[in-house]
Each structure stands twice: as C-alpha cells, then as structure tokens.
Design a protein around this ligand. Structure first.
Ligand code: MRU
Length: 357
C-alpha cells in the first residue's frame, strides 16, 4: 500500500505553486483531492478548517506555511516585517497542537537564507517525523506485547484488540502515524486483533479518516459512536487503548481530541493500559501542566449542524471544545521515539480552564 502524504511541497512545475500540497481531509473518505496553498490566507484557512490536521502534520504545514509566506512575499514585494507578521498568522491558526508553533519556529530559523532553505527545513522536519513515527511505533508495540504477556502469562498467543480515538495515522502526521503507527506495527507483526475506532464527534476524524486508513491497510476494524467506548472497554472487548496527543505537558498531562479523557477513565476502571503515542515534538517542556494548555474552542455550529442541516433547535448554541486533557495519573505509558515513560500515580489531577463562549 502506498504511503499517504498528507502534506508536501511543490516547486510549481505543475499547475500552481510554489506552494504547499495537502490532501483535503474535509472531503475524505468520499473524495481524495489534493489542494495547493500558494498564499498565507489559503494556509490559515486550510489549517482552521482542518483540511490539514493532526499535530505532526500541522508541524509540517507550519514549516511549509513559512515557505508560502516567503514565496508570496517575493511575489508581492513584502518587507521582512510583513513576512514575519504573516508567519505569525500561520503560527496562531490553531492553538492546542504545539507542533504547529514548533514547525513554524523551526522553519523561521532559515528565513534569512531564502525560500529553498526554508523548504529544505520543512522536508527535513518531515523526514525526522516519519523516522520518529516508525521508532515510536516499535517501542509501543514492544511495550504492549510485554504487558500482555505479563498479564496473560508466557505462551499466550496474543491478538491485541485496540481502541483508538480520533485519527493519529498517516493523515495526521508526515506518514505512517503515531497511535495508528503502533497499530500498524502490531498488524505487521501479525498480532493485531480487531480495532475499535471511535467515530470522533463532531467532525468524525475516526469514522472518516481512521477507518479509511485501516480499510486501505486491510485491518479488521469497526467504527463505534464515541458513547460506546466505555462499554466496549468495560465489557472486555479491547486489550488496550492507544491515542495520539496534541500537546504533552512537562508533568505528563496530555491534550488530545475531545473524548479522549473518557476513554482514559474507562481504561483505568477496567484495569487495561491507556497509551499515549506521540513524537518528542509534541512534548512541550514549557507547558508545566495540563492547566496551561490552551484548549481550542471551535464554532458551536459544528455540534448543532451537520452538512448544512440543523440537528438541534435553531436557537440552541453548540459547546465545542476541540480537545480535553488526560491527567498523567491516568496514562499507563507515554511512547515517543526516545522510549517509554510510565507516568503512573501520584501526579496532581489537573484540568484546564475551559473558555465558555
Ligand atoms: O482536531 P484534529 O483533527 O487536528 O485533532 C487531532 C488529534 O486530536 C490527534 O489525535 C492528535 O493531533 C495526534 S495526531 C498524530
């Protein structure tokens, strides 16, 4: 199966460009269409509307977003202050995934060296992320198999049944995936059982994107409504939950798609491992705890409307926090390319203050 490239750069030898090439994830699974962003407005719009999404993919989009600002600046005669102001717009297009700011900042170090240098930095970031995903997936699979053998006893033939939430696959990264990368690694080792993909309200990243990736890979999977996760977990249908992260604070608290916290609570109650898989670029040592993570509050219309049709009374507003924070004490293992950390107990439970509209 050909590896998915959610984010790429074109020098402009084809129809448009130079610019950032994205698979339009708002159209999947119905349509596989590539779009090219050649202006900063287009980059900011693509990030805000989730044409490109998922923390590591946002890192790459941030880096190539800087390249778009440089290219547009050359065409339009922008001063270096204007280029920097436009870069700042890309950096702030979404607040929770630290990878976006990280990717922008990494490319900005090459700003003075011109467009080619910025693009090269974006490509280097992509190569690093892909390598990190491959390594962390092996660490994650090793950890899970060791844990399952410890629980079920040696000689047990494990077929690991996994629950995941949102999409932390190739589409959310520069290729391969993080949480779904661990799933793929188990699949390649021939020890993967069924995958339960939470549909992920309100924008259905699980149903639309995770299921699309799993189907391409020939993985046995089902999509369930988010509300089914607790009973699937307590009913003994899965052995482990593996999710990605948008930001991991210094104390191990981890922000991920809204609904992840409920999965973690159910896993704790059922006594099964809850694993966060992410590259080190998602760990933010400058964020002390979950309390300091800015949770994106999206338009309430995403909750009370679907495909242009109201699903609630016209006067009812939606409440739409895009992420929640799982306290470190509920996380059995944080898996990065550097290895596995087991946060365990004893950490203060911290919830971020939610802005209400
Ligand atoms: O709003 P999204 O689709 O950008 O949210 C994505 C997630 O929550 C992912 O789980 C996270 O970014 C990790 S992606 C490897």
């Amino acid at each position: 199966v050909e590896e998915i490239r959610a984010v790429d750069w074109t020098h402009g030898d084809d129809d448009a460009g130079p610019g950032m090439v994205l698979i339009d994830q708002t159209l999947l699974p119905g349509e596989e269409r590539r779009v090219v962003c050649v202006t900063v407005d287009e980059v900011v719009d693509a990030i805000s509307r989730l044409v490109v999404r998922g923390a590591p993919a946002l890192g790459a989009a941030g880096a190539f977003g800087v390249a778009v600002a440089v290219a547009q600046g050359q065409r339009s005669g922008w001063s270096s202050e204007t280029v920097r102001a436009q870069v700042q717009r890309v950096r702030e297009a979404r607040p929770t995934a630290v990878n976006l700011a990280w990717g922008v900042d990494r490319a900005v170090t090459r700003l003075e060296q011109g467009l080619d240098a910025v693009v090269a930095e974006g490509r280097a970031l992509m190569a690093d992320d892909l390598a990190a995903n491959r390594t962390l997936s092996r660490h994650g699979a090793d950890w899970i198999l060791r844990r399952i053998t410890e629980t079920a006893g040696a000689g047990a033939e494990p077929r690991v049944r996994v629950l995941t939430h949102c999409n932390a696959g190739a589409l959310a990264t520069t290729g391969w995936g993080t949480a779904l990368g661990v799933v793929r690694e188990l699949h390649e080792r021939g020890v993967l059982g069924r995958v339960y993909a939470d549909e992920t309200r309100p924008l259905l990243q699980g149903a639309r994107l995770t299921a699309w990736e799993l189907a391409r890979l020939g993985v046995d999977h089902v999509v369930q409504v988010d509300a089914a996760a607790a009973s699937t977990i307590l009913g003994g249908h899965v052995d482990v939950a593996v999710v990605g992260a948008d930001r991991i604070a210094a104390n191990g608290d981890a922000a991920n798609k809204i609904g992840t916290l409920g999965v973690a609570l159910a896993c704790a109650d059922a006594g099964i491992p809850f694993i966060v898989a992410a590259p080190l670029s998602t760990v933010d040592p400058r964020t002390a705890s979950g309390r300091d993570i800015h949770i994106e509050l999206r338009d309430g219309a995403e909750v009370v409307r679907w495909a242009g049709t109201a699903t609630a009374p016209a006067a009812t507003e939606g409440f739409n926090p895009a992420f929640d924070v799982t306290p470190a004490r509920l996380i059995s293992a944080i898996v990065t390319e550097a290895g596995v950390v087991e946060p365990g107990d004893g950490t203060e439970t911290i919830y971020p203050p939610l802005e209400h509209p």
